[in-house]
Design a protein around this ligand. Structure first.
Ligand SMILES: [Zn+2]
Length: 381
């Protein structure tokens, strides 16, 4: 158990360590937790599935679909209550022009594989294990992945005029399989706002097309329209470039200097602005993902304060990565990156407990956080 030593919010926050400043409320005051899955790419790689740049995790959709289904299933068995469709890399950034000829089918395959994994898990006795904690959601849901349309960590490449063409197949090929939309790794507010607008417009078009069809009953039409409107979760990636956890520091017990300025997106915009913008859109959850765990808690605290002040029902979530920070400045998509040496399930759980105490009720893992990590979260949160 950790003791309560929280420090007041200031303009300059110090990146937290999992073992300090942890407020642990009484168990019954913690909100119910939704456990997300972890990263897909490294788990595919571990199983010997093809995994290389530039196609990245999209390659397995055509060459090793069984492996993709198996990874989903393993995450469910580990206790994930939301799994995310493996469509992250199905964009022109990764697939080039073949996105425009093959993308939609690959995205549909990805959604089907997630759906099959959930169906399979329901048949298996092991599934009972996944929802054994009373504060976890009971049923496994599928999040439709809506990735950065022009590459991860690239607010500079964002092009709103091209966005609808790339977004359309990501929405249309997943909609029949998913319970919510998860917009991932957004580097700027405009990226997230554009995705929100595209989802909203797509949903309206779908509803319109139902209205124009002959439906057997009004009840059926209403229920189909309801199933088209899905919760929207938006995840921002944070600037973690100020953290200087040199690879060579990791084997020493000395704590490197971790003073960071107020939490920011990779665009340089503040987390506070991003959270305000998402509350204005009434998104269902705002999350922070694909950044190092050290920067997440300051963002959560900022978000929580704003959400509470506005009495907004928006949920909060986190799924960090395990990248070695020295390489953060290199392009996220350009190579397979090294993972930090302290990336153990136990260490990640300590972070997750901190985030839970700060108000996050959706917690999972991004790149480099695997099945064992998620299992540990599901057992202990
Ligand atoms: Zn990631």
């Amino acid at each position: 158990m950790h003791t309560q030593t929280t420090s007041p919010m200031t303009d300059t926050v110090t990146a937290t360590q999992p073992n300090d400043s942890l407020t642990t409320p009484a168990p019954n005051s913690l909100p119910p937790i939704t456990i997300l899955d972890g990263g897909m790419g490294r788990e595919l790689e571990r199983r010997g599935a093809p995994f290389r740049q530039p196609e990245w995790s999209a390659l397995s959709l055509s060459l090793a679909p069984d492996s993709v289904r198996d990874v989903h299933l393993d995450y469910i068995k580990a206790g994930a209550t939301v799994i995310t469709v493996n469509s992250y890399a199905v964009t022109p950034y990764h697939l080039g022009d073949s996105f425009f000829s093959e993308g939609e089918q690959l995205i549909r395959t990805a959604a089907q594989l997630a759906f099959e994994a959930v169906q399979e898990s329901e048949k298996q006795v092991d599934r009972q294990q996944a929802s054994k904690k009373p504060n976890h959601s009971a049923a496994v849901q599928i999040a439709g992945c809506l990735p950065p349309l022009f590459g991860s960590y690239h607010p500079d490449l964002f092009d709103s005029t091209q966005a609808p063409t790339i977004a359309r197949p990501l929405l249309s090929a997943q909609i029949d399989y998913v319970d919510m939309w998860l917009v991932e790794t957004q580097s700027s507010i405009v990226e997230a706002q554009t995705w929100h607008q595209l989802i909203t417009e797509f949903t309206a078009t779908q509803k319109e097309s139902i209205s124009n069809k002959v439906i057997t009953s009004k009840k059926e039409a209403t229920s189909r329209k309801e199933s088209i409107s899905k919760p929207i979760w938006i995840a921002f990636t944070l600037d973690d470039s100020q953290l200087d956890i040199a690879t060579d520091d990791l084997d020493s017990s000395a704590e490197p200097s971790r003073a960071v300025s107020k939490p920011m997106l990779r665009s340089g915009e503040s987390v506070a602005e991003a959270v305000q913008a998402m509350m204005a859109l009434n998104v269902d959850a705002v999350l922070f993902n694909c950044s190092q765990p050290e920067v997440m808690n300051a963002a959560l605290q900022t978000a929580k304060e704003l959400i509470d002040k506005a009495s907004h029902p928006m949920q909060l979530g986190v799924y960090a990565n395990a990248f070695v920070s020295k390489q953060v400045h290199k392009q996220a998509n350009a190579q397979l990156r090294d993972m930090r040496e302290d990336n153990t399930p136990e260490h990640y759980l300590t972070w997750a407990e901190l985030w839970q105490a700060s108000g996050a009720n959706i917690i999972g893992g991004c790149c480099g956080i695997g099945v064992e990590h998620i299992e540990r979260l599901a057992q202990h949160l």
